[in-house]
Design a protein around this ligand. Structure first.
Ligand SMILES: Cc1ncc(COP(=O)(O)O)c(C=O)c1O
Length: 347
């Protein structure tokens, strides 16, 4: 455990003995980075690094504006969705914030003690629209991820938009870090572009494009006050040239994106099948989650065979405990399937 009761975050293997692992603890796309991103990295010229990256963040804004069909003036570039969450934690009074549980580690670290259940039964709660309505009706500032991490649950954007319209004086932050993993036939996936003033949506190419090491992301809102606030929190040269070149190339590579999306969605379904019998939460993304009282011991068993998964507990609002597993790559499936079978026997 690296960070108190939250445990090591997905992909942080620093506290494990040296060795070769299949790391299914992170939700970063195992097929990434996109070949275009790698090529862009290789083509950065030495002289591009000599001077400060004046305005390079606008290249990212431009790429997202085209991808999301929104005006560039409504977007702010930052170092991942993380930058925005932590900026907000510095300016928003924490007593005005609610984070419906279960939720993502970093929200709960940025707003300590603000994770709340909004449910009479605090056991085996999964994200739902009723929770969001309760949260936004009583709290000025609500933070969610859709799709949810750790559960993978996806709430229809129309339902979320309706909740925002009912409480226009309260602000909803929606982290859409995993939105690009949703099946491609779902035409309406994101809340970005929705005609609502009290919503702030965050996206980044970190997970889907497999470039979490390059720190880029965007915030979108039609709320000018919120945009101005986020702009004032930024430093000069908010993004590095290297990060932006990699991210923009990845975002433009839509051929890769659609073929990988289909693969990742199919891998997610494969995983759901491999975990049959464990009451896995239904999800459309490439990771799956299930509640279990034996989370720690199951994780330890899988680790002995070189497979790393992510355990959640009380600190995340996961009661009595749970495991999140990302789908393995095609060529890893046989090995992983055998170990999951043994895990089910031990359950
Ligand atoms: C829900 C969620 N939001 C944000 C992040 C971090 O994203 P970024 O790399 O865009 O800062 C993660 C990473 O695990 C995540 O799961």
């Amino acid at each position: 455990m690296v960070d108190g009761s939250f445990g090591a975050q997905g992909g942080d293997l620093r506290n494990l003995p040296p060795g070769k692992y299949i790391d299914l603890s992170t939700c970063v796309n195992r097929y990434g980075p996109s070949p275009a991103a790698i090529k862009a990295l290789g083509s950065i010229a030495a002289e591009d690094l000599r001077i400060h990256p004046y305005g390079v963040e606008m290249e990212l804004v431009d790429a997202y504006s085209k991808k999301l069909h929104v005006d560039a003036s409504e977007l702010i570039a930052g170092r991942g969705t993380t930058e925005f969450i932590w900026s907000l934690s510095r300016v928003v009074p924490h007593c005005d914030v609610a984070i419906p549980l279960p939720s993502y580690t970093d929200f709960l670290r940025a707003f300590p003690g603000r994770g709340l259940f909004f449910s009479s039964t605090k056991d085996r709660v999964i994200p739902n629209i009723g929770q969001i309505v309760s949260a936004i009706s009583t709290t000025k500032f609500v933070v969610i991820a859709n799709p949810n991490n750790p559960c993978g649950t996806y709430i229809e954007p129309d339902e979320i938009a309706e909740a925002c319209r009912r409480f226009p004086d309260h602000m909803l932050v929606v982290d859409e870090s995993y939105i690009d993993f949703l099946p491609s036939h779902e035409s309406k996936r994101s809340l970005i572009g929705e005609d609502i003033d009290n919503i702030l949506v965050l996206q980044s190419p970190s997970k889907f494009y497999g470039i979490a090491g390059a720190r880029t992301g965007v915030a979108w809102t039609r709320n000018k006050e919120m945009r101005d606030l986020l702009f004032t929190m930024q430093n000069p040269w908010p993004l590095s040239l290297v990060d932006v070149k990699v991210a923009v190339a990845a975002l433009r590579d839509q051929g890769w994106a659609s073929s990988i999306r289909d693969k990742a969605v199919a891998d997610g379904r494969w995983l759901e099948h491999a975990l049959e019998g464990l009451n896995v939460e239904h999800a459309r993304v490439h990771y799956r989650f299930f509640f279990t009282e034996k989370a720690e011991s199951l994780r330890a068993d899988l680790l002995k065979s070189g497979i790393v998964v992510r355990v959640f507990g009380n600190a995340h609002g996961v009661r009595p405990g749970g495991i999140r597993i990302s789908a393995p790559r095609c060529e890893e499936k046989t090995l992983v399937e055998d170990q999951l079978r043994l895990m089910k026997l031990a359950h």
